[in-house]
Design a protein around this ligand. Structure first.
Ligand code: NAD
Length: 491
C-alpha cells in the first residue's frame, strides 16, 4: 500500500486518500474516481475508491484502537482531545470552508458561517455535555442497589451524505468519540475533501491512531456496503436517503448492528393568516432555498390559509426573484450550484413533471442564462398543483417548492400528515392555542413554530415514519453511542 503521512496544509483542492490507523493510504488496487466541482464541472482532484479491503483494514484498526490507549485514557483526557479537534477546525475555518464550497457548490458565505463553525461547535458541545452526564441508580426493597454504567458500543460505522458534509459528519463523530467508541467514516463520494482533512485534524489534536478512520468510495458494491455488512462493526449511524436506509438495515441485520438513521423529508410549512407575514416570508425564503434547497428539513410543501394566500404568494415570488444564483465564491450569491449534473437533471425532471401534473411555474424553473457550464438552477415556485401529485409527495432535494391554499386547521393537518415522511414541520401563527394544537398533531420529529432550523443541540433531532430511526442530540446521541450495563449489588 502507498503510505503517506498527513500533508501539512491543504489550501487547494487535493487528491483524497483513505485515512487508516493515523496514515493516509491509496487503495490497494490503485482505483480512483474524479472529484468534480459542481459550479464549474471541472475535475478538481482524484478520490481513492475504497472497497472491502480498505474497510477491513479500517475496521481492524478501529477494533485495535478500541482496546488501546484510547480506552485507558481518563474521560478528562478524552474530552480535552475532543475539544481540541473543535479548536483546530476553527483555526482552519477558512481553508475548510473553501474546500466545502468547492466540493458542494454551496455559497462560501454559508460554508464559512454555518457548516464549518457548527462542525467545530459539535465537538465543543459534546466535550462540555459529557461533563454533566450521569446514569441511573435505584435502591430496591430487598436491600440491593442497582446502578447503570455506560460503555462504548464499540466500532461504529458513520455513513454520511453530501449536503452538509462536515457538519453532519461531526454531528455523529463528536458524540461517538465522547462515548469512547472508535469510528470508520464513509464520507459521501461527492464531497470527500473536508472529511479527508478531518483525519489530519484528529491526528494534530492528539487522537490516538486508529480511533478515527476514513474510507472513501461509493455505496452499493463499494465501501458503504462493505461497512454496513461488516461482521466486526457494532453499530451504524447513517444519514441519507430513505431508500438507502432500507438497504443498510438489511445488510446490518445479519449481525444485528445497532442502527441510527436520519433520512429524507418532505416537510410542511403551514402559514395561517394571523401570522406575521413579513417574518413568514423571510424565513420561508430560507427554508425553501438555503443550500440550494438541499436540506433534509427544507420546508418544501408550503400551505397558506386561503385568505392570506394571494398576499403571501405575491411577496414570496417577488423576494425569490431577488435571490442571486451564481458563483459560490461571490459574497453576493444566495444560491450556489447543485451538487452534481445528475442531481440537477433529477430536479429539472421534477419541474417538468410538475407541468405535466397541471402545476404552474410562477417563477424559476430554468437554468440561469450564462451559467450553463455549472449545475445551477433558478429557485422555483410551483402553484396550482394537486395535493396528491408526485411533486408534492416526493422529496426533490433542490430549490423547488409548492404553494397550496387551505381553508381550515383540520384540512391542513391532514394534508401535512399525508406522506410517509415525518422529519420536520413549521407552523406560522400568532394564536397560542392553535400553535400548540397544530404542532402536537403533526407527525414529525421536529416542529418549529414561527421559526425554522433554530437548533438547541440538547434537543431530540430525528424523524418519525420513514424519515428516521432514533434521535440524535445531547443525551439522545449518547444513548445511541453507548451501551448501558446495569449492576445489581445485594447489600
Ligand atoms: P444517499 O443515501 O444517496 O447517500 C448517503 C451515503 O450513503 C453516501 O455516503 C453513500 O455513498 C452511502 N450509500 C449509498 N448507498 C449505500 C449502500 N447501499 N450501502 C451503504 N452506503 C450507501 O444520500 P445523499 O444523496 O448523499 O443525501 C441526500 C439524502 O439525505 C436526502 O434524502 C436527504 O433528505 C437526506 N438527509 C437527511 C438528513 C437528516 O438529518 N434526516 C440530513 C441530511 C440529508
Amino acid at each position: 500500500m502507498n503510505v503517506q503521512t498527513p500533508p501539512a496544509h491543504f489550501v487547494k483542492p487535493f487528491d483524497c486518500r483513505h485515512y487508516i490507523n493515523g496514515r493516509y493510504f491509496s487503495s490497494e488496487n490503485g482505483k480512483t474516481f474524479d472529484n468534480i466541482n459542481p459550479a464549474t464541472q471541472e475535475v478538481i482532484g482524484k478520490v481513492c475508491e475504497g472497497g472491502k479491503k480498505e474497510v477491513d483494514l479500517a475496521v481492524a484498526a478501529s477494533r485495535r484502537a478500541l482496546h488501546g490507549r484510547w480506552k485507558s485514557m481518563t474521560s478528562d483526557e478524552r474530552i480535552r482531545i475532543i475539544r481540541k479537534i473543535g479548536d483546530i477546525i476553527l483555526e482552519r475555518k477558512d481553508e475548510l470552508a473553501k474546500l466545502e464550497t468547492l466540493d458542494t457548490g454551496k455559497p462560501l458565505s454559508l460554508s464559512s458561517t454555518l457548516d464549518i463553525p457548527r462542525a467545530a461547535f459539535n465537538f465543543h458541545f459534546f466535550a462540555d455535555f459529557m461533563r454533566g452526564v450521569g446514569t441511573e441508580a435505584y435502591q430496591t426493597d430487598e436491600a440491593a442497589i442497582n446502578y447503570a454504567i455506560r460503555r462504548p458500543v464499540g466500532v461504529v460505522g458513520l455513513i454520511n451524505p453530501w449536503n452538509l458534509p462536515l457538519l453532519l459528519l461531526t454531528w455523529k463523530l463528536a458524540p461517538c468519540l465522547a462515548a469512547g467508541n472508535t469510528a470508520v467514516i464513509k464520507p459521501a463520494e461527492l464531497t470527500p475533501m473536508t472529511a479527508t482533512l478531518l483525519g489530519e485534524i484528529c491526528h494534530d489534536a492528539g487522537l490516538p491512531d486508529g480511533v478515527v478512520n476514513i474510507v472513501h468510495g461509493f455505496g452499493p458494491d463499494s465501501a458503504g456496503a462493505a461497512l454496513s455488512e461488516h461482521p466486526d462493526v457494532d453499530a451504524i449511524s447513517f444519514t441519507g436517503e430513505t431508500t438507502t436506509g432500507k438497504i443498510i438495515m438489511e445488510a446490518a441485520s445479519k449481525t444485528l448492528k445497532k442502527l441510527s438513521f436520519e433520512l429524507g423529508g418532505k416537510n410542511p410549512n403551514i402559514i395561517f393568516a394571523d401570522a406575521d407575514m413579513d417574518e413568514a416570508v423571510q424565513t420561508t425564503l430560507k427554508s425553501s432555498f438555503v443550500n440550494q434547497g438541499e436540506v433534509c428539513m427544507s420546508g418544501s410543501r408550503i400551505y397558506v390559509e386561503r385568505e392570506a394566500y394571494d398576499e403571501f404568494l405575491a411577496t414570496f415570488v417577488e423576494k425569490t426573484k431577488e435571490l442571486q444564483v451564481g458563483d459560490p465564491f461571490d459574497p453576493n450569491t444566495n444560491i450556489g450550484a447543485l451538487i452534481s449534473a445528475e442531481h440537477t437533471e433529477r430536479v429539472v425532471n421534477y419541474i417538468a413533471l410538475a407541468k405535466e401534473e397541471g402545476g404552474e411555474i410562477v417563477t424559476g424553473g430554468r437554468r440561469p442564462e450564462g451559467r450553463e457550464s455549472g449545475c445551477f438552477l433558478e429557485p422555483t415556485i410551483i402553484t396550482g398543483i394537486s395535493r396528491s401529485s408526485r411533486v408534492v409527495k416526493e422529496e426533490i432535494f433542490g430549490p423547488v417548492v409548492t404553494v397550496i391554499p387551505f381553508d381550515d386547521e383540520e384540512e391542513v393537518i391532514a394534508q401535512a400528515n399525508d406522506t410517509h415522511y415525518g422529519l420536520s414541520a413549521t407552523v406560522w401563527t400568532n394564536d397560542l392555542r392553535r400553535a400548540h394544537r397544530v404542532a402536537g398533531q403533526i407527525e414529525a420529529g421536529m416542529v418549529w413554530v414561527n421559526t425554522w432550523f433554530l437548533r438547541d443541540l440538547r434537543t431530540p433531532f430525528g424523524g418519525m415514519k420513514q424519515s428516521g430511526l432514533g434521535r440524535e442530540g445531547g443525551i439522545h446521541s449518547l444513548e445511541f453511542f453507548s451501551e448501558l450495563s446495569n449492576i445489581c449489588i445485594k447489600l
